[in-house]
Design a protein around this ligand. Structure first.
Ligand code: ZN
Length: 360
């Protein structure tokens, strides 16, 4: 881990370094926020991120400021509505090796008696139940909030399987149906190989595991056709992306997953369309930024390539991978996350590395 300097020490260093500091790794969180050239959209997503973690029984909890004592942090379980599948399942995963990201394949807005209403995570559970499926969590486009006298506008993140009692070994879900489509799953593996990306996905195929559900956890989210509608239709809003990001950070830390162990369902089974390549590229970009902000260990995000691990290589890889999978709308994706500006600043900080090392 890199050393962290206090604000005062940083300011003193700033005087010694006439060039504006871009992203030295020893900035504190607040200072990183000031130095990162995040565009408006990404900055808003980060303003909506909530600190999530797991209790000893494997239940998801959100960390909040105590209402009575503002300086005290309290942990509160997020709402739980179990899927029917999970209520009878007692088997646990062998080991969590991947986090699989889905969408539930239904429009975000439903017409209810002539009124357009935004769906929330409970409707996703209902859809899962209709098909006998189950994921560990469901994500919607509402803030993660407490129940207000029984009234629910949405959940943000809903836990949809009971905690197993072992925080490292959750109950299995039923979200990746392997077997019939095995022949069509080579694209991701080939691309990971070509780009020097390491993921536990490779090992799962090499070991020819019988069922991915014994090796993965997953979350559903409200919506459909993110890729098909990109960039103008069917896109999840910033709140939903922030919820998915908060959850992904917590799951990665809990199970020691790298950023490339967070995979889209379509990357595991190429015939699937959820959640799509633009979405996964955005999530991976955001996970990189979260790491620069100190919310994830660098070893889970900036390592894992055949070449020397570094921050720039990671963000470049996210884009390279997307451009291998998608030929259109790349500039639009870049625009949405502010990629070019961000990379320019990151490169500048890499050029400063020699200068930095003197200061450590
Ligand atoms: Zn899926």
């Amino acid at each position: 881990m890199s050393e962290r300097l206090g604000r005062r020490q940083f300011i003193e260093l700033g005087f010694k370094a006439p060039i504006a500091l871009s992203l030295p790794s020893f900035l504190t969180e607040g200072e990183i926020d000031e130095a990162l050239p995040l565009n408006e959209r990404v900055a808003e997503i980060f303003s909506l991120v909530e600190p999530l973690s797991f209790d000893s029984k494997g239940n998801l909890v959100v960390e909040r400021e105590s209402k009575e004592e503002p300086d005290v942090r309290v942990f509160r379980r997020v709402e739980t509505i179990p899927t029917q599948y999970s209520m009878t399942e007692t088997r646990r995963v062998n080991k969590v090796e991947l986090l699989v990201v889905h969408y539930d394949g239904n429009d975000r807005f439903w017409d209810v008696s002539g009124t357009k209403v935004e769906r929330h995570a409970e409707s996703t559970v209902w859809l899962l139940d209709r098909n006998g499926f189950s994921t560990h969590w469901c994500v919607d486009g509402f803030p993660i909030e407490e129940l207000k006298e029984g009234f629910v506008s949405g959940y943000g993140v809903l836990q949809t399987q009971p905690g197993s009692g072992d925080s490292k070994l959750p109950l299995i879900g039923a979200h990746v149906k392997m077997g019939v489509e095995d022949e069509s799953k080579v694209d991701t593996l080939q691309l990971f190989g070509k780009l020097g990306i390491q993921s536990r996905l490779q090992s799962l195929y090499e070991r020819k595991v019988g069922s991915f559900n014994f090796h993965t956890v997953g979350f559903e989210q409200v919506g459909t056709d993110f890729d098909l509608g990109f960039p103008s239709k069917n896109q999840p809003d910033n709140q939903q992306i922030a919820n998915a990001l908060s959850l992904s950070i917590a799951v990665m830390k809990q199970h020691n997953l790298t950023v490339w162990d967070v995979v889209g369902h379509h990357e595991v089974q190429e015939l699937k369309s959820d959640p799509g390549d633009y979405y996964m590229a955005t999530l991976r970009f955001l996970l990189g930024v979260a790491t620069l902000k100190g919310e994830l260990p660098e070893s889970l995000v900036f390592a894992g390539y055949e070449e020397a691990p570094d921050k720039e290589a990671y963000f470049r890889k996210v884009y390279e991978y997307l451009s291998e999978r998608k030929k259109g709308w790349l500039w639009h994706w870049k625009d949405l996350v502010g990629y070019d500006e961000f990379m320019k600043s990151l490169s500048a900080s890499v050029l400063q590395k020699e200068g930095e090392s003197k200061w450590r």
